[in-house]
Design a protein around this ligand. Structure first.
Ligand code: NAP
Length: 302
């Protein structure tokens, strides 16, 4: 194999250790414990498993964590009132509303009701605007793009002047990572192209990429011949392509695949992320980092 594997599972451990140490220091010096609330409405099994993982990680780094579980028939008005309560609670630095929400609730209205200074997911229009402006304006970069950038930087890949091609233009991955990589600053300063279903010559654009970030949700979309030799390939795609029985638990689990033909791509790329174990573990990690940032902004420390 030619490519160096960028493992999210390993980078996650380092970052969580760093966060844990900072949390302990803040507690000792300022007597403040970062507070994170996760609001879960209903019993969607995937949402329950995401929330459980978020809570476990929050506990691990020493946060004060509140899990607020509400019934499926909660009204929009009641959810907005709950958010208002946490917006006003000084012990809470980060508010997360697990999506999707039941049909009677307007998701946009709910996300927009979160105080932008507690919006650790980075989805509030104010934080999207701050990200676009860049530099000191940025408070909470959205977690998956922030994780992608962190992986590129920690792998030691040069971003300044690099040709970055992003496949996909979603609001949660494609657009924000493209915006982050073009900013003038460390871990960015790249020349960015964004491609999508309206793009002609998809392969040609990808072939120019020093850093290829793929977030399309299409298994095997990126063929090995689309990859420039030595490029850094970040595969964000998580696609369920079948099921198998877990050797550990004996239960049925999903077989996951990325958007890149990994086995062939790893022989050409210089760096590559696996799926699973690549970008996936970084998202919750960056959520913890954003919550820590929120505390530091409040305390006026860097
Ligand atoms: P999305 O909202 O469905 O957006 C997909 C984007 O890819 C769209 O912009 C779409 O173009 C583009 N696209 C789809 N098929 C394409 C094709 N054949 N050629 C060119 N462009 C194509 O998806 P998303 O939310 O960004 O997620 C993308 C993938 O990343 C999914 O597999 C998702 O599960 C995964 N993901 C992983 C994490 C994580 O690991 N933590 C987090 C988020 C997402 P159009 O705009 O033209 O339709």
């Amino acid at each position: 194999m030619a490519a160096k594997l960028i493992k999210g599972t390993e980078i996650r451990e380092k970052i969580l250790e760093e966060i844990e140490a900072e949390v302990a220091e803040i507690k000792e010096k300022h007597g403040v414990v970062p507070g994170l609330v996760t609001i879960l409405v209903g019993e969607n099994p995937a949402s329950i498993s995401y929330v459980t993982l978020k809570i476990k990680t929050a506990h691990r780094v020493g946060f004060h964590e509140i899990q607020d579980t509400q019934s499926e028939d909660l009204s929009e008005e009641a959810l907005l009132a709950l958010i208002d309560k946490y917006n006003k609670d000084d012990a809470i630095h980060g508010i997360l509303v697990q999506l999707p929400l039941p049909k009677q609730i307007n998701e946009k209205k709910v996300l927009n009701a979160i105080d932008p200074d507690k919006d650790v997911d980075g989805f509030h229009p104010v934080n999207v605007g701050r990200l676009m402006i860049g530099g000191d304006e940025v408070k909470f970069p959205p977690c998956t793009p922030a994780g992608i950038q962190e992986m590129i930087v920690r792998a030691g890949v040069e971003t300044k002047g690099a040709e970055v091609v992003v496949v996909g233009r979603s609001n949660i991955v494609g657009k924000p990572i493209a915006n982050m990589m073009l900013q003038k600053g460390v871990g960015a300063n790249s020349t960015v192209t964004v491609v999508h279903t309206g793009t002609k010559e998809l392969a040609g654009h990808c072939q120019r990429a020093d850093i290829l970030i793929v977030a399309a949700g299409v298994p095997g979309l990126v063929k090995p011949e689309w990859i420039k030799p030595g490029a850094c390939v970040i595969d964000v795609g998580v696609n369920r392509i079948g099921e198998k029985i877990s050797e550990k638990t004996g239960k049925k689990i999903a077989i996951l695949s990325g958007d890149v033909d990994f086995d062939a791509a790893k022989e050409i790329a210089g760096y590559i992320t696996p799926v699973p174990g690549g970008v996936g573990p970084m998202t919750i990690t960056m959520l913890m980092k954003n919550t820590l940032k929120s505390v530091k902004f409040r305390l006026g420390i860097n």
